[in-house]
Design a protein around this ligand. Structure first.
Ligand code: ZN
Length: 568
């Protein structure tokens, strides 16, 4: 079904609520496993209906953040999703104490029950009001960023439209673009501070109501982390610092040499080559056509998927004013349809939309056979393996987009993924500190951020940009506002994705076909097992193993050293 034909109707929360209550009570009173199973199916159909309307409302709103009707619908869900959560919470409670739990476990696996249990630990009716406020503050943050109208070189640009100028080969233009970009954040700094301050206090209160020491534990439970903990994450960060940070520093030195600067400044970090970054050689429409060729050739599964996405208008990727400054993939369960949203802007990121977001969407499509969201929507560290690995598995087709710049693209893509890791763990460590110290001032938060930056990203030179020098950079990072503790997920997944790069692309260990087969299988399993189990079944090693990071960093360094980058 085409996106435009998908019916949107605002669900009546009272009606949906009594329907859920009735079904949950029937579930509790079920006389047989078959009956319980049938009711469970119905409960999940109600959930899918509600969630699908919520997703459509969000898509419509992010597609036009100024439309009053869409704002009203988004608002409605900001208010009513926590109320709906309450019914889901009752369902989970009934599920774990079901008389037919054994039979249900043998049909669906025990992971569903582990997820139900962790959901119970992360929710209580006392949190509903706080969750509503949390949603509103998240929307406020998004709106604030989308409100940017920056006058630049005679044009009025939003933040994403300004980004290509920050990659200009002309240093003067880059400097101007950076100043303009960060001036927006600096001008609105109080508002950004205020929104975050409210969110931190709110989340801390929520953790107190649930009798947690602070928000960290609640945050981990809300991310549904069950097979790794805070200590393992802290060790992971240490390993990144030990093996990846020195490699990243080396890459930055090489980069400075390539672009002919003695000292790499902040406004240089996105320009990898004096001759300019690799860019796609055609318009967004052209990119989409090449995407078809790529996914046709990659596998029958990806061909079917891409045809489905394009035929049903499920890829909303062209930039337009009023569209939110974000890229995402959502899943509309009712119509078993993934949906990709982004703003293509002529940079190499346009291609990663087509690989990264499409990787997410492919997984959603590949696991649409699951009727409940616990399995069709994996936790984020698993989900990011699907997206980040697709970026590597499509390497053999990058010539379609980059033509003579293909090697340049691959070189800079791998560079940027290495350089991302220190930033990623920095975001994670910052958030741990923030929620351990919920009452510090906005200025103290910024100072802590700057301290950590010096630790993890020692190459950063902010020149005279005071806003950044005093630790304001994190305010552009939506996750820090909207999805606390969602960031280490990218880093864990990147270590997994590098393994696909190593197996399929770099040393061909095991071969491309085997790696692809493992990837396709992984996607079809969705979230039906815990993270580390899925990792193992996909033939990957745990990212928490020091040796894995050590080995990969060496392999990447050897590859980088083998490339004569002065030719680019
Ligand atoms: Zn992603």
């Amino acid at each position: 079904m085409k996106y435009s034909k998908m019916q949107y109707g605002r669900p009546d929360i009272n009606k949906v609520g009594s329907e859920m209550n009735k079904l949950i009570s029937d579930f509790k009173n079920a006389k047989s496993f078959v009956e319980a199973d049938e009711i469970m199916y119905k409960i999940n159909s109600v959930r899918n209906e509600f969630d699908s309307m919520k997703v459509i409302a969000f898509i419509n709103y992010s597609n036009d953040t100024n439309n009053q009707d869409f704002i009203a619908e988004q608002d409605y869900f900001d208010n009513n999703s926590p109320l709906f959560n309450d019914f889901v919470f009752e369902y989970f409670k009934a599920l774990v104490s079901s008389a037919f739990r054994n039979e249900l476990e043998s049909k669906y696996g025990k992971h569903l029950f582990e997820i139900a249990e962790i959901n119970i630990k992360s929710f209580s009716n006392d949190l509903i009001e706080d969750m509503q406020k949390e949603n509103h503050l998240g929307s406020e943050y998004m709106k604030l960023k989308a409100s940017a109208k920056i006058n630049f070189e005679g044009k009025e640009l939003n933040l994403q439209e300004l980004e290509p100028y920050t990659e200009s080969t002309d240093r003067e233009i880059r400097i101007k673009a950076y100043r303009a970009y960060w001036k927006f954040f600096s001008d609105n700094s109080n508002e950004f501070d205020e929104i975050y301050d409210k969110l931190v206090y709110l989340r801390n209160d929520m953790s107190q109501k649930m009798n947690y020491k602070n928000y960290k534990e609640l945050g981990y439970a809300r991310m549904k982390r069950m097979d790794y903990n805070e200590e393992m994450v802290a060790d992971f960060r240490k390993n990144i610092k030990k093996y990846i940070v020195p490699l990243a520093v080396k890459l930055r030195d090489k980069q400075a040499k390539r672009i002919g600067e003695d000292k790499l400044m902040f406004y240089d970090i996105y320009i990898q080559f004096k001759s300019g970054n690799a860019t796609p050689k055609g318009s967004p429409e052209w990119i989409m056509d090449k995407g078809k060729l790529m996914y046709d050739e990659l596998s029958p599964e990806t061909k079917e998927f891409y045809d489905f996405m394009t035929e049903n208008d499920l890829m909303n990727v062209f930039s337009r004013k009023g569209k939110a400054d974000m890229g995402y993939c959502e899943y509309i369960a009712k119509y078993k349809s993934p949906y990709i949203f982004s703003n293509m802007n002529g940079t190499e990121d346009d291609i990663t939309v087509l690989t990264h977001e499409a990787g997410h969407a492919f997984q959603a499509y590949a696991s649409k056979h699951f009727h409940f969201k616990e399995y069709s929507e994996p936790t984020m560290e698993t989900a990011e393996i699907h997206s980040m690995s697709m970026e590597y598995l499509t390497y053999p087709w990058m010539n379609l987009f980059f033509e003579k710049d293909t090697d340049k693209f691959k070189f800079s893509h791998l560079n940027s993924r290495v350089n991302f890791l220190p930033y990623g763990v920095l975001v994670d460590e910052f958030q741990h500190w923030v929620y351990e110290n919920p009452s510090v001032s906005p200025a103290e938060r910024k100072a802590r951020w700057r301290e950590l930056e010096k630790d993890y990203m020692p190459h950063l030179n902010y020149d005279e940009l005071e806003f950044l020098e005093t630790g304001g950079r994190w305010q552009k990072q939506g996750h820090i506002y909207e999805s606390p503790f969602y960031y280490i997920d990218y880093c864990l997944a990147q270590i997994c994705a590098f393994q696909f790069w190593s197996r399929a692309i770099h040393n061909g260990n095991g071969g491309f076909d085997k790696a692809l087969k493992d990837y396709l299988e992984l996607c079809s399993k969705g979230g039906s097992k815990p993270f580390l189990e899925l990792v193992k079944e996909a033939g990957l090693e745990s990212p928490f193993e020091e040796n894995v990071i050590k080995k990969l960093s060496k392999e990447i360094e050897d590859y980088i050293d083998s490339i004569n980058d002065s030719l680019f």
